[in-house]
Design a protein around this ligand. Structure first.
Ligand SMILES: Nc1nc2c(ncn2[C@@H]2O[C@H](COP(=O)(O)OP(=O)(O)OP(=O)(O)O)[C@@H](O)[C@H]2O)c(=O)[nH]1
Length: 403
């Protein structure tokens, strides 16, 4: 594919965007690849946060249910008042973090400050993890076998749930895991006997396993998010390439025809006027032959800019190819279009185009046509404007022809 100054920076992926896992870009169906370093880290982190929050959505039902069961069992070892208090705090904390998640989901993604949200979510969910993890210390009953099974189930359950639900965000996953891992591994060490030390050793092993699994899931999700973003960027670049002229940055013929068809339909429906200018630089071959192609390119670019300057913002300019341009003027009758064309012609005629010490002046010829009541398509309009353009050429160039 031809690459020029206006083409997007497309190259083979070289390195990873973030430090938290190996991420490489796979081949894209078109055969093009975007430089993965250009990916927007903030956008990927925002997507990670959304995944994290989405994973916790079922906590709405599950967390209160688990708190209810846990609190009920807890009353075997502590007074019912203490168990009820524990449950109440669990409900309040759950309600708080779900409210933070809800606010995050409703926040404007454009204006979202990822770091701020990450901090708020980590604080809200961290309290939840501390509350549950802390249970394993103060509800622990030395020597009571059922109690140990219960505590072990809670530790394992928290580890598994954290691994499954928090892995999208590396930072939040580690923070969520920490209270459970530390408490689960450390608490049995305070007891004497092989069983307790074995419990502690097993907790360490499970923790390593779970952290490893969580990080693997995280890396795969990150890769998926990067590929999604890369694909979105590629689609945008390809859309731009398909509709924009690389040299001048204005629309190309294809995009112009599409837009003109829509404008024609609109003008016909509301019976509004619409005109078209076909513009061609005079004796452009001479510019190339005398000053070289680079100067020729510069002339085309600057002529495009000068035309644009004299157009209204809802006029549509396109480079039709070579040194030919088309301008669609919605809401303009032919006399207004003629005035615009004349203004453009005069500006171009009187402007010196300078590049690397060389100066050149060019002129343009313009054919003007107006949409008639019988016109269904752009074809007749283009045809009439084209004929008038060649009439302008035949009549000596540097002129506007309307009839
Ligand atoms: N530098 C440059 N030249 C181009 C580009 N596209 C087309 N051309 C040249 O533009 C010239 C157009 O020449 P012609 O079609 O003969 O027209 P002209 O010399 O402008 O003569 P008239 O239109 O009759 O006034 C050709 O020499 C093309 O090679 C481009 O992107 N850059």
């Amino acid at each position: 594919m031809k690459q020029d100054a206006h083409s997007p920076a497309i190259s083979a992926p070289t390195s990873q965007p973030f430090s938290s896992g190996p991420v490489s870009s796979g081949p894209v169906s078109s055969g093009l690849r975007i430089d993965i370093d250009n990916l927007d880290e903030a956008e990927v982190r925002l997507q990670q946060l959304h995944l994290y929050v989405d994973n916790h959505q079922h906590d709405r039902l599950l967390a209160p249910m688990l708190a209810l069961i846990t609190g009920s069992v807890l009353s075997i070892w502590v007074t019912w008042q203490v168990a009820a208090l524990w449950m109440l705090v669990a409900f309040l904390i759950t309600r708080n973090y779900l409210r933070v998640y809800n606010n995050f989901k409703q926040a404007d993604p454009e204006a979202a400050d990822v770091v701020k949200w990450e901090r708020r979510i980590a604080t809200a969910h961290g309290m939840h993890m501390l509350h549950w993890g802390g249970l394993c210390i103060w509800a622990w009953q030395p020597g009571v076998f059922e109690n140990h099974i219960f505590i072990a189930m809670i530790v394992l359950g928290l580890m598994c749930a954290t691994t499954a639900m928090s892995s999208p965000s590396y930072r939040l996953f580690i923070r969520d895991m920490a209270p459970v891992v530390i408490i689960g591994c450390a608490r049995p060490l305070f007891e004497e006997g092989l069983l307790y030390h074995a419990m502690s050793a097993l907790s360490v092993c499970f923790s390593i396993l779970m952290v490893n699994v969580g990080l693997q899931i995280h890396r795969n999700l990150l890769r998926m998010l990067c590929l999604q973003q890369e694909r979105r960027q590629l689609i945008t670049e390809l859309e731009n390439m398909a509709t924009t002229d690389a040299l001048t940055g204005v629309s190309n013929r294809r995009a112009f025809i599409q837009c003109a068809s829509e404008e024609i339909n609109r003008s016909r429906r509301y019976e509004h006027p619409l005109s078209l200018l076909m513009i061609d630089i005079d004796h452009f071959k001479k510019v190339n032959d005398t000053f070289g192609h680079a100067m020729g390119d510069e002339v085309i670019k600057q002529v495009a800019q000068m035309i644009e300057r004299d157009c209204r913002h809802n006029d549509r300019l396109a480079r039709f190819g070579g040194e030919e341009f088309a301008v669609l003027l919605p809401e303009s009758e032919i006399c207004l279009a003629e005035l615009t064309a004349e203004r453009i012609r005069q500006r171009i005629e009187s402007t010196e185009i300078i590049k690397e010490g060389q100066e050149v002046r060019v002129t343009i010829s313009v054919g003007v046509a107006e949409l008639s009541a019988t016109d269904q398509h752009i074809d007749r309009l283009l045809d009439v404007a084209d004929k008038r353009l060649y009439q302008a050429k035949n009549n000596g160039r540097n002129r506007v022809e309307t009839a």
